[in-house]
Design a protein around this ligand. Structure first.
Ligand SMILES: Nc1nc2c(ncn2[C@@H]2O[C@H](COP(=O)(O)OP(=O)(O)OP(=O)(O)O)[C@@H](O)[C@H]2O)c(=O)[nH]1
Ligand SMILES: [Mg+2]
Length: 383
């Protein structure tokens, strides 16, 4: 489905709802993060989004500052766009790919931590008396790249997606869609949706505004298309029928970035930059940030500046696992102890019985001895 004309531009100027208007008036900060295994085309997609979206319009001013954050090794790309007086400060966080084998399991942890740290950092700034010019790197949209295996989600994907989905708006995408046939792609999408549901992974649900039928229809088509299939390319190529497009050229033809029959790039771009940017911003504020803040308020003592170890969601998960293991071990020990106790009771009973029978034997022998002594005394008297 193509995007209706009303969705042209970055969309903030024609927002239907009041809450969104307030956000837009202040000028929005919008942060996108890309996450996934190495080599899945994360950086390429960021460049594709930027070169098609940002360099084609003249209504924006663009700043492209790349900085390397030493702690997390993420690359932060900043750009500023403006449409009809509405300003959007766009930040893209390009994370390094993590490995696809079990030994490398921890390599994604800093990425999850990064999301938490931004929530924490923003909260601390809100608590300061001087609240102007807050630095806001809370992640509004987290694109998770899935390898186009055609099979299903890997345990690693499930684990990382579970954690990201409770912290940010998680948008799963199938990387390098040009490497799968359309039939395989549809089957793959269905399987991924099934796993997401079965595993209780929280993914972003685009807001459906029922009072605007065209927008509602568009939002539903976005939900149906998830996980979005993606082809990334910044190169222009010529199709067999003579069009110049962004795409990837093969012997069989061209995989086109912006062709809806080839992939969902347009849908993803519309969602991010045109129709749902402010829903992503407000749901981050109202759901993810609020959850984080509430949780910190409940568990943090007044005066605590840094979160205590067990306030951090990551540590909470680890702590939960540890507590479960501990409980299991205690249970096993208790069972072992009860068995041993029963064994002791049985042994005591057996010894008591032995003792009793020994006692009665003694009594019997004593009685016999008595009898013998009495009998002997009488006999000697007769003599
Ligand atoms: N077939 C195909 N190849 C792609 C696509 N997108 C990117 N690539 C190629 O995949 C390779 C890796 O792309 P990158 O964008 O560097 O991947 P990345 O996910 O940023 O990798 P790391 O930063 O190492 O995690 C490059 O050779 C790209 O040209 C795509 O949609 N289809
Ligand atoms: Mg990269």
């Amino acid at each position: 489905m193509s995007i209706p004309n009303t969705y042209s531009g970055i969309g903030i100027a024609n927002l239907p709802n009041q809450r969104h208007k307030i956000v837009a008036k202040k000028g929005a900060h919008f942060t996108i993060m890309v996450v996934g295994e190495s080599g899945l085309g994360k950086t390429t997609l960021v460049n594709t989004l930027f070169s098609t979206e940002l360099s084609s319009s003249k209504d924006y001013s663009r700043r492209h500052v790349k900085q390397l954050d030493k702690l997390t090794e993420v690359e932060i790309i900043k750009a500023e766009l403006e449409e009809k007086g509405f300003k959007v400060k766009l930040t893209v966080i390009d994370t390094p790919g993590f490995g696809d084998y079990v030994n490398n399991a921890e390599s994604w942890l800093p990425i999850v931590d990064f999301v938490d740290e931004q929530l924490e950092y923003y909260m601390r700034q809100e608590q300061q008396p001087q609240r102007e010019n807050k630095i806001d790197l809370r992640v509004h949209a987290c694109l998770y790249f899935i390898r186009p295996t055609g099979h299903t989600l890997k345990p690693l994907d499930i684990e990382v997606m579970k954690r990201l989905g409770t912290r940010a708006n998680l948008i799963p995408v199938i990387a390098k869609a040009d490497t799968l046939t359309q039939t395989d792609l549809l089957k793959f999408k269905k399987r991924i949706r099934d796993v997401i549901q079965a595993q209780g992974i929280k993914i972003y649900q685009p807001l459906v505004e029922e009072d605007d039928p065209a927008a509602a229809e568009h939002a539903r088509s976005l939900t149906e298309a998830m996980p979005f299939s993606i082809i990334g390319s910044t190169t222009e190529v010529v199709t067999p029928d003579g069009r110049t497009v962004k795409g990837r050229k093969y012997l069989w033809g061209v995989a086109e970035v912006e062709n809806e029959a080839h992939c969902d790039f347009r849908k993803l771009r519309a969602l991010l930059i045109r129709t749902h940017m402010l829903d992503l911003i407000s749901s981050t504020e109202e759901v993810h940030y609020e959850n984080y803040r509430q949780h910190q308020m409940e568990t943090r003592k007044p005066g605590d500046i840094k979160p205590r170890r067990n306030d951090n969601p990551k540590f909470k998960e680890e702590e939960e696992a540890l507590r479960k293991r501990f409980t299991e071990q205690v249970k096993a020990e208790e069972a072992r102890f009860r068995q041993w106790e029963q064994h002791l009771i049985a042994e005591r009973d057996r010894l008591n019985k032995d003792l009793e029978s020994a006692h009665s034997t003694i009594k019997q022998l004593e009685a016999e001895l008595d009898n013998l002594q009495t009998g002997y005394g009488r006999g000697s008297q007769r003599r």
